[in-house]
Design a protein. Structure first.
Length: 324
């Protein structure tokens, strides 16, 4: 090896080292500018952004919830007008009420979409902190009992009751096929959302039809109410059963009011909607209950119900586990 070759090699190594150092420095500057991008660091920044320690009910929350400043809410976001997506945003009765509660609590209530019949399992597995999804407060759900098998499958939940609604029927407009209530559904085809009170009621009514020597109700259960509506719109079924606010909204807006009509008179089996909180989370439950009560007191609750035309479903008092 000659001297000149050695010098060139040394120069090359020197330049390489300088370039490497510059690259490292640039990377450090970039990380410094962007901040720590680990999941824990991102969660910490989001919590700081969402947290309002001066909110009236912040101190009522459990310490771990104060720390993360967010509750994950399980919800079937396909249930107009209770919760649905519009231009990518989650809208409806529940999200609007949750927004009012968030202001009182000083944290964020973050909605996660799931099919309705998976929400209780999501609470059990701690995927969600609470469920807020037009969920009817029933003793079976309170006690963690599967409505199909009658077997206990979990600890159950506590409900904070915030609306009082019933179940309604609707058909194609001008094509009722003689349906004028549940007693006239024997032998007819009915669409429902799987796992709902409408589904349970339809099964009970179908058994009653058979007991009376009539044909059972042919029940078609779907993952969401939109699918049930589509089935009715295309004449695949004779009627749909759903909660009154959902039925009324569908009748009002589908086809600009030309697709469906309500049948059967007043809603059947009026029962409360409840925010579901896992058993053993009493401090969280009580803080959420206080948030609903404050929304009623300050008028934001009434504004939400007026906006979605469901003021008749208002509760006068926020009950815990008022369902039967």
């Amino acid at each position: 090896m000659t001297a000149s070759t050695t010098r060139r090699s040394a120069v090359g190594r020197s330049r390489t080292a300088v370039a490497a150092a510059a690259a490292v420095a640039a990377s450090l500057l970039l990380l410094s500018a962007c901040g720590d991008q680990t999941d824990a660091a991102i969660a910490k920044r989001e919590a700081k952004q969402n947290r309002n320690v001066n909110a009236p009910l912040f101190k009522k929350l459990p310490k771990d919830v104060q720390e993360k400043a967010m509750l994950q809410v399980g919800s079937d976001i396909t249930y107009k007008p209770v919760e649905f997506r519009s231009n990518g945003a989650v809208e409806g009765i529940d999200p609007d009420l949750a927004a009012a509660m968030s202001k009182a609590l000083g944290i964020k209530l973050n909605f996660n979409n799931a099919t309705f019949d998976t929400l209780m399992g999501g609470l059990k597995s701690k995927r969600y902190d609470i469920a807020m999804s037009a969920m009817t407060d029933t003793k079976e759900r309170q006690e963690g009992i599967d409505s199909n098998t009658g077997k206990k499958i979990g600890q159950g939940v506590d409900f904070i009751d915030y609306l009082n609604v019933g179940v309604s029927l609707y058909t194609q407009k001008g094509k009722t096929k003689g349906i004028d209530g549940w007693e006239t559904l024997c032998g007819k085809k009915l669409a429902v959302q799987r796992g709902t009170v409408s589904h349970d009621l339809a099964k009970d009514k179908s058994k009653a039809c058979e007991k009376n020597g009539e044909q059972p109700i042919s029940i078609e259960a779907f993952d969401n109410d939109s699918e049930a509506q589509t089935r009715l719109r295309t004449a695949g079924v004779d009627a749909v059963s759903s909660d009154y606010p959902v039925a009324a909204y569908a009748v009002k807006v589908s086809g600009h009011g030309k697709d469906f009509q309500m049948v059967g008179g007043a809603p059947l089996k009026a029962a409360p909607y409840g925010i579901a909180v896992p058993k053993g989370k009493e401090q969280l439950r009580d803080a959420l209950k206080a948030a609903v009560e404050l929304a009623i007191k300050n008028g934001s609750y009434a504004k939400v119900l007026d906006k979605w035309d469901v003021k008749d479903a208002a509760v006068k008092k926020v009950e815990l586990n008022g369902g039967s």
